[in-house]
Design a protein around this ligand. Structure first.
Ligand SMILES: [Zn+2]
Length: 109
């Protein structure tokens, strides 16, 4: 899963209206073998990252592209809209922060 600053979570970039569990073809690579999995997504809120995990999805067995159905994407939008209060979090993670400018000056960028 990519972490992006875009308003829409990266996981839903290629999401289509596909009922989970039915035969579907990967929009990215054309593979037809999809595996039901639980995925995570991350997005920016104020100055911090917020993660929602345990999201039901279909994942391409070949290229790992993730697909969620419309109802799930809508539910996540509603959760984000409701504010995701910190006291409702089930876990916390520490995230290293890098500077593009500093890395580039150091010759690693
Ligand atoms: Zn694929």
């Amino acid at each position: 899963m990519e972490i992006g600053r875009t308003p829409q979570p990266a996981a839903f970039r290629d999401a289509r209206e596909v009922p989970l569990g039915e035969t579907m073809q990967c929009q990215r690579c054309g593979h037809v073998h999809m595996v039901p999995e639980q995925i995570s997504t991350a997005f920016w809120r104020d100055e911090g990252l917020v993660v929602i995990r345990d999201i039901p999805a279909m994942v391409c067995a070949s290229c790992r592209e993730e697909y969620v159905d419309d109802a799930t994407a809508l539910a996540i939008d509603m959760m984000r809209g409701a504010g995701l209060r910190a006291d409702g979090a089930v876990a916390r993670i520490e995230v290293p922060v890098f500077s593009f400018v500093v890395l580039q000056k150091a010759g690693t960028g």
